[in-house]
Design a protein around this ligand. Structure first.
Ligand code: SF4
Ligand code: MG
Length: 329
């Protein structure tokens, strides 16, 4: 039931009463060990805020964050510092997230030094060499500076830094959206290989569904601070239950250009999080909205096992059961 209200959000509330921007509104979900949960939604829907709340880079207004059953929200700064060894972040902007004045070796070794995982400079350099190799970069790069690298290479450096301490959980906030399309798949594949090897979990934040199809185990779709649909990847892609997810999916290009597909165009823009519509917050743009949607907020309800949607008209979509006679021996 995690929530975050920014009391003064600067530009967001310009011209409006700064009554508070509800960036994250009572969100609950779990991420399992070695799992990738993709968190998808348009910019401004609160997904980055949610990612930062999980790592306590910002403080929640209410709710809890549990790591292995332990509530982190009461942790002091000191306690949280120790917890950061288990929880790391990969940032969206491979330009802004690496200090231009520090060498690659200094950047990647920093978490190792902070957590006392290396005893000497040489040991730190040896670890950095291993990590750079692991993310597909030559260790001979270690004394260079971020500006000497391409966007994709910088993101590899950011990944090396995040995995250096062997975390259990990584928030990756749009890790490929600043990169050329040709490089995106390489980075996603690298992230997936590392996960298979090290069994950590990702919260993989993305603004569209095409990027996460490959890497996600489950998908959560966010709209105006709330999760409107969450479920196993194949269920969400093949049987989207929420009209918003259906519209997002209709915009994903099909690999087969002949495959029939009707693009659902949503009317209007996403309303400001300073002014969330009452009832179902999607009603101002929903193609199938009815009167009830303007006044009653739909709960996130299960449509089939493990697949939830927050829509008054989400239909249960039964999982097809194989005929008994076809059961393999
Ligand atoms: Fe659309 Fe109503 Fe469902 Fe909201 S509750 S998504 S407005 S049909
Ligand atoms: Mg963001």
């Amino acid at each position: 039931d995690l929530g975050k209200t920014f009391s003064d959000a600067g530009g967001l509330t310009l011209g409006k009463t700064p009554s508070g921007v509800r960036a994250v509104d009572g969100v609950s979900f779990t991420v399992k060990r070695a799992e990738t949960l993709a968190l998808v939604g348009e910019s401004g829907c609160g997904k980055s805020t949610l990612g930062r709340l999980l790592l306590r880079l910002i403080e929640p207004t209410e709710g809890q964050v549990l790591m292995d059953g332990v509530d982190l929200t009461g942790f002091s700064r000191g306690d949280m510092r120790a917890m950061r060894e288990k929880m790391q972040m990969i940032f969206q902007d491979p330009y802004g997230s690496l200090s231009p004045r520090r060498s690659i070796a200094q950047i990647v070794a920093e978490p190792l030094e902070v957590f006392g995982l290396v005893k000497s400079r040489q040991q730190a350099r040896d670890r950095v060499a291993e990590l750079l190799t692991r993310v597909g970069l030559s260790p001979t790069f270690m004394d260079r500076y971020p500006r000497q690298f391409s966007g994709g290479q910088r993101q590899r450096i950011g990944i090396a830094r995040a995995i250096s301490v062997n975390p259990q959980f990584i928030v990756a906030d749009e890790p490929v959206s600043a990169l050329d399309v040709s490089v995106q798949a390489q980075i996603v594949n690298l992230m997936q290989d590392l996960q298979e090897q090290r069994k950590f979990s990702y919260l993989f934040i993305a603004h569209d569904l095409s990027v996460v199809r490959h890497i996600a185990d489950r998908v959560a779709v966010m709209y105006l601070g709330r999760i409107v649909e969450i479920g196993p990847k194949d269920r969400v892609y093949d049987h989207p239950s929420h009209p918003y997810t259906q519209a997002l999916l209709s915009a994903v290009p099909e690999p087969d250009p002949d495959a029939p597909k009707t693009r659902i165009i949503l009317k209007g823009d996403v309303p400001s999080p300073a002014n969330v519509p009452p009832g179902c917050s999607f009603h101002t743009r929903c193609p199938i909205a009815e009167a009830i949607c303007k006044t009653q907020r739909p709960p996130l309800a299960q449509t089939v096992l493990g697949h939830f949607a927050a829509c008054h008209f989400a239909k249960p979509n039964p999982i097809p059961v194989a005929p008994r006679s076809a059961t393999p021996a």
